[in-house]
Design a protein around this ligand. Structure first.
Ligand code: ZN
Length: 450
């Protein structure tokens, strides 16, 4: 039996009552939280004590949308909107393989872990012929860094010759995608409550997949008992594509193919009207909010405050590093506050609202809210301990504002299932310098192939 007590920090539980403990403790036994409060449980004299004075203690942050392979193409097409950016990058992405993706994914996940992220959602949709077991490479990289992974078997089957956006050489056949989806789930999906790896199915977007693939993927996922993910309502160009091709907006189109429901989450959802928002709320369809990427690609400002008020599940996402070179998750909390206020007003998105999106919101979006997302007895010990007594934050009136409005605080400790993954800002299980070198080598190799 392993017991640990985090002691002396400002604990933000993100429970239903928004409980905080100014000088609090979190008691952990065998990877789960046993008690949270103002004092350690009686009889825990054998526990390892972690002094968290000068620190803010929050649930580990949950990333609900990413494309880890894009670590290899940061800094490309810097001034393009989504469709032009995709067209510029597809030919290069079509030359990836499992080894390159593993190297890029390890670097992206190292940066995520160092920014407080304990659960990484990834959306991988580029599978070149002969590229090897790419999902397997991503699973290995997550294990190397020590974070939980929600991988998705993504897909594209609507090439340019059929009226889609991607070039024909970057897409697969519908049948091959469905077969590979079954394989990925049977190899890597773990349905247990403390799972380190889960798998979902994720056709890429309305403009890169057929309606048949969307319908078949939804049926298959429900048959296999896994979740569904895609991009939705990201840009005005996507809206125009759907109206011209299907005679309706993306939300109505996806609804008609079985793509609204408690087991579905969609990235972006920037261009939703009131009717769309009501549908997301009524069906429990989740949203992955990616404010930096939406800014980088000038996609627009998502109506997050309206979605929250309607009761829709909303999580936070970094999105791929080719449209958000930062790759950090904690900084997205501040971006969500700023963008939420620009869209809806200063009183509609507090720092604590954004922290809730980044923790409990993400857990709900990914179907893990029974075990993750808050610091409560019985939950898995996925915990971030932020140092806020340095020059950037010392003396701030509200310790929570240090994280939600201030500079990203140094990470004193990051626990996944009670195990240390980051300590004093550095990875514990692997060497971030070696990961950086491998990532840079892989980016050079890919650029040389393009
Ligand atoms: Zn995306």
């Amino acid at each position: 039996m392993t017991r640990t007590i985090l002691r002396g920090g400002h604990v933000v539980t993100v429970d239903a009552a928004d409980t905080e403990h100014a000088d609090g403790t979190v008691a952990i036994e065998d990877g789960r939280i046993i008690a949270v409060g103002d004092a350690a449980p009686a009889g825990w004299d054998d526990a390892e004590i972690v002094d968290a004075s000068g620190c803010l203690i929050t649930p580990g942050l949950i990333n609900t949308h990413h494309h880890l392979y894009q670590w290899l193409t940061r800094g490309w097409a810097q001034d393009a909107i989504l469709f032009d950016w995709l067209v510029a990058l597809y030919p290069t992405w079509a030359r990836i393989d499992a080894d390159l993706v593993r190297s890029g994914a390890a670097a992206a996940m190292a940066v995520l872990a160092r920014s407080g992220c304990t659960l990484v959602g990834d959306h991988h949709y580029v599978f070149p012929q002969g590229g090897g077991d790419i999902i397997g490479g991503i699973v290995e990289a997550a294990s190397e860094v020590g974070v939980r992974l929600h991988a998705t078997r993504g897909s594209m089957d609507l090439g340019r010759s059929q009226g889609g956006l991607p070039p024909d050489f970057a897409v697969e056949t519908t049948d091959a995608i469905l077969e590979a989806s079954i394989q990925a789930v049977s190899r890597y999906h773990d349905p247990s409550p403390d799972a380190r790896v889960q798998v979902a199915l994720a056709p890429c977007s309305p403009f890169s997949v057929t309606g048949e693939l969307l319908r078949e993927s939804a049926a298959l996922a429900r048959d296999l008992g896994v979740r569904l993910h895609t991009h939705g309502a990201e840009t005005v160009e996507e809206e125009a594509f759907c109206r011209e091709r299907f005679g309706m907006g993306p939300t109505d189109y996806l609804e008609g193919l079985g793509w609204l429901g408690r087991d579905v989450w969609m990235a972006h959802c920037v261009h939703l009207d009131e009717r769309d928002i009501a549908k997301f709320a009524a069906t429990g369809t989740g949203v992955a909010h990616c404010p930096s990427s939406n800014g980088r690609l000038a996609a627009g400002m998502a109506p997050i405050a309206d979605l929250l008020r309607a009761g829709a599940p909303v999580g936070l996402g970094v999105d791929g590093a080719a449209s958000n070179e930062s790759g950090q998750l904690a900084t997205e909390i501040r971006q969500a506050v700023l963008m939420g206020r620009l869209r809806s007003g200063a009183d509609r998105m507090s720092g604590r609202d954004a922290l809730r999106i980044a923790t409990m919101g993400g857990a709900r979006v990914l179907g893990r809210d029974a075990d993750l997302g808050s610091l409560e007895p019985g939950k898995l010990a996925d915990i971030a301990v932020w140092r806020i007594d340095g020059v950037e934050h010392a003396g701030i009136a509200d310790p929570v504002a240090a994280l939600t409005l201030g500079a990203q605080p140094p990470l004193s400790l990051l626990l996944v299932g009670g195990e240390a993954v980051v300590r004093d800002g550095e990875l514990v299980k692997s060497d971030s310098r070696a990961i950086a070198r491998r990532g840079a080598d892989a980016a050079r190799t890919l650029a040389a192939r393009a």
